[in-house]
Design a protein around this ligand. Structure first.
Ligand code: NAD
Length: 312
């Protein structure tokens, strides 16, 4: 078993670190939030006073941070040069491909093996240890990271070279955002055409319109398996995080001159829903309420709702 430095013990990192503790590792944790750190300590981790202190004698480092700028700063200031040279470095945050590549290149120049290893699956999967990891990096780095990732997930896939994990993650989530919007508009139109929505589900889930957004994550309450729609769209994957991923996808598309009209439309619709209409805290399938015009913006939403079809 190893000594693992874990930085970023928020919604996702908290459960992931607890699973490493359960697997028998000595987890040394640091987070800027005292609450997050106290929760991690309560779940068996040892508290460090700073990120750099957590690196002492670490054999592995896991980071689970909000965005690229946090990852760049933490690695530059507290990981590279502070962790022992033999430590394997794993960044599991969802960040832009360019930052992932830059940090891994800096790590390699400083003599470390590192992978970008973003996850699919939300807070429940982080708790249950059933995340899917998609990792980028050299074969040697992946081979060293894999045993740790397997203790936090149900599937660990080598996506390619440095940054490939982030590339796979945002291509997947761009597809997810677009299929969710398409599924929502199909249900909204079916309703206006007088179809029973359960009947439409029974047909489409076995026909060519089927997708994960329909059969595993149906946005209509009471139809299909139990989903956040059945809990007033609470829990699940927040619309604000979907918007974050769509923005990363659009930035990546621009950087390689990829034509992504559906991704761009999904980004615009989630901007409208999550920001202008105050739906960012709801599950991302709640966008169906904007599409069928039943969404009531929460009190305090200042921006007037722009008409559908207008650029936001
Ligand atoms: P979170 O905001 O709950 O946790 C991030 C933690 O990082 C916070 O506790 C924060 O205090 C800490 N932090 C920020 N800067 C720091 C620093 N410099 N040093 C130490 N700690 C610092 O976010 P989350 O929901 O756990 O998500 C983490 C990452 O996982 C994000 O990149 C997100 O996009 C991705 N992700 C989230 C989900 C989800 O459902 N929440 C699913 C898949 C992927």
């Amino acid at each position: 078993m190893a000594r693992v430095a874990f930085i970023g013990l928020g919604n996702m990192g908290g459960g992931m670190a607890a699973n490493l503790v359960k697997a028998g590792h000595e987890v040394v944790a640091f987070d800027l939030s005292a609450d997050a750190l106290a929760r991690a300590e309560g779940r068996g981790a040892t508290r460090a006073a700073t990120a750099a202190e957590a690196m002492k004698d670490a054999e592995a480092v896991v980071t689970m941070l909000p965005a690229g700028r946090h990852v760049r700063a933490v690695y530059a200031e507290s990981v590279l040069g502070q962790a022992p040279k033999g430590a394997i470095l794993m960044d599991c945050s969802t960040i832009d491909v360019a930052s992932a590549r830059a940090v891994i290149a800096d790590a390699a120049a400083a003599g470390y093996d590192m992978v970008d290893a973003p996850v699919s699956g939300g807070i429940a999967a982080a708790e249950a240890g059933t995340l899917t990891f998609m990792a980028g990096g050299t074969d040697a780095a992946f081979a060293r990271a894999r045993p740790f990732l397997e203790q936090m997930g149900k599937a660990v896939i080598h996506a390619g070279e440095a940054g490939a994990g982030q590339a796979a993650k945002i291509c997947n989530n761009m597809l997810l955002g677009a299929t969710m919007v398409a599924t929502c508009e199909a249900f909204a139109m079916a309703k206006r055409l007088g179809l029973d929505l359960q009947t439409f589900y029974d047909i489409s889930s076995k026909a060519s319109g089927q997708s994960w957004s329909m059969t595993s994550y149906c946005p209509v309450p009471g139809v299909g398996p139990e989903t956040p729609a059945d809990r007033d769209y609470e829990g699940g994957f927040a619309a604000a995080l979907m918007l974050k991923d769509l923005r990363l996808a659009m930035a990546a598309a621009e950087s390689v001159d990829a034509y992504t009209p559906m991704g761009a439309e999904a980004e615009e619709l989630y901007t409208r829903f999550a920001e202008a209409l105050g739906g960012g805290g709801k599950d991302f399938s709640a966008i169906i309420k904007m599409i069928d015009d039943s969404w009531v913006p929460p009190e305090g939403t200042v921006a007037p709702p722009p008409p559908l079809g207008a650029k936001v």
